[in-house]
Design a binder for this molecule. Sequence first.
Ligand SMILES: *[C@@H]1O[C@H](CO)[C@@H](O)[C@H](O)[C@H]1NC(C)=O
Ligand SMILES: *[C@@H]1O[C@H](CO)[C@@H](O)[C@H](O)[C@H]1NC(C)=O
Ligand SMILES: *[C@@H]1O[C@H](CO)[C@@H](O)[C@H](O)[C@H]1NC(C)=O
Length: 604
Amino acid sequence: MTKAPPSLAFLCIQSLKLQLLQGDNPIPDVYELPSELLDGVIAHLPALALHNFQTHMPFKCWDNYEAGDDCLTLTSGRKRPRNDVLGSSWKLLFKVRWPELVNSVEPSADWQQLYWEKHLQNCVDEAAEVAMRPTFSGRISSIHVSDKILRYICHEEHTNCQKCVCTELSFHFQTFGPYLRCLRLLNVLCVTETCELLRTSKLKTLVLCWIRSEKHVEPSCKLLSQNRETLTSLEFIHCKLSSSFISAICASLHEKDIHTSGIQRFYIKASSFDIDPLAAPPAFISFLNSVRSLQSVHFCDSHLDRHIARMIFSTLLDSSSGLSTLDISENNVGWLSTFTWRSVTSSLSSGKSLRSLCKLNLSGNELNKYDAENLSHALRHMPGLESLDLSGNPIEDSGIRSLISYFKKNPDSPLADLNLENCELSCCGVIEFLDTLSTVEKPLKFLSVADNALGSEVAEAIMNSLILSIESLDISSIGLGPVGFLELGKRLVKGVKKLMSINISKNRGGLETARFLSKLIPLAPKLVSVDASYNLMPPESLLMLCDSLRSAKGDLKRLDMTGNICISSETDHSSLLGEFQHNGEPIFVLPSSSTSHVPYDDEP
Ligand SMILES: *[C@@H]1O[C@H](CO)[C@@H](O)[C@H](O)[C@H]1NC(C)=O
Ligand SMILES: *[C@@H]1O[C@H](CO)[C@@H](O)[C@H](O)[C@H]1NC(C)=O
Ligand SMILES: *[C@@H]1O[C@H](CO)[C@@H](O)[C@H](O)[C@H]1NC(C)=O
């Protein structure tokens, strides 16, 4: 077969593309091309060429109202702003390069900005790998960007281009740095040279990872002060935060004598936080105290001991800040009972409270029943609290009774989201709790009591007091068994109008699980997600659920059936997957035959 010769248009576009890639000598004539040709050119440009095209575009071509027809008329005769054409080209380039990310971006986003931001992150990640090699001794800015990346922004076959300007990292930062708003940096790149490279960037979000040695501290702080005016979110992951490092961080965020900073989110995760609570760095205290913009503070999995946690708590309590989220999860120290809460009335009237706090995460802190008692006092200092995560704390039934007394004293509490997963609760405590909840003014919307050994007796209370108002319920792994599901089904007589998701996994309910679900589904018009995995459901369950889905008029998106014995060789479940779909995705998540139980596996 002979190859067709290239068309004239193709050759012209190729030539324009090469010229545009050169960058600094723009071709004014290109902007005078008729619109349909110009759109053709734009559609074929790699990212760097499109960038140069746009950078040198004469002002008159940006807007259709002022522009001459030469810039804008489309073949249909309608006019379309050049901006639209360019915007969709950037979106297309983004989609080609990161197909997996395109759906997580707002359609109205600035695709050009996102393109270069993501591009620079790719370059930086690649450079970090190079810089990490023990043999690396060169300059960061001269690290070569790989062909794998350059292929997207310059040429299909980038290696053909010998005198390409864009091989070195420095070119990318010089050219695209102004688009960078968000960056994640590894320790090896926390060096003074990187601060130079980032001179043109105005970062809003900075994530620093693995900063553990002294030598990275100064450059990190330089980076912070360089971006002080724009930075709103700062994260440290796997870092070692010594007293002096913390002081230096806080100092670089503050301009001398002007105690302001725009930080909204301060996030420390999987790091060690080594400060002496008796001599906490004043800069840190003053940071927590004075940053008016601070909205969320996270110290997750950061070896906080009870003294530091207490210091942070009392500082925030005194600061009357506008904090809305506080997360001190996974620090494994019970500590609330060592805290003396002042009387609520005096603290609220003096304005010293966590008045604006909406979300508190205390998950995984080894809080015990005494801590829970103190917590129920502490909660009254947080009159706006909507979400409380206590999962993974052994508070036991006395702990839940402290919460009961909180709800009794505060029937109008806005608390709507409560996680009591794995809290060593028993059926007595939970039944008492559920009965109390049915008397409060604002019922919970989300509740998890998963992973507590409650048994089947809890079923009645769940159905009576809760299911009528709740939106999301997690009762996974509470030992319901067939008896529990039978009871749930028996009590289910009215419509469950608000329920959107329910997790009943790991309850060994067998066929009764399916019976309960097939009764629930038609009664729950808003139900979107059901996790019924690992319930020993036999094959006939599937047909029962199909019947129920056919008769329901709901909006179920996902019914997880993994880990059940519900596939047998006689059932052709591909037709089921075809029949029950939501937006093209199958509703049933079925066990794959290789993971289902052995007897059903080996049948011909
Ligand atoms: C906190 O707990 C301790 C120990 O149980 C107790 O002595 C103290 O009175 C409690 N404080 C408040 C305000 O509940
Ligand atoms: C609380 O923190 C844990 C562990 O860090 C996390 O898994 C969980 O999602 C958090 N809870 C909320 C409500 O954000
Ligand atoms: C339901 O609970 C199980 C066990 O806790 C958990 O693994 C699963 O992710 C939950 N399902 C959903 C949909 O959240």
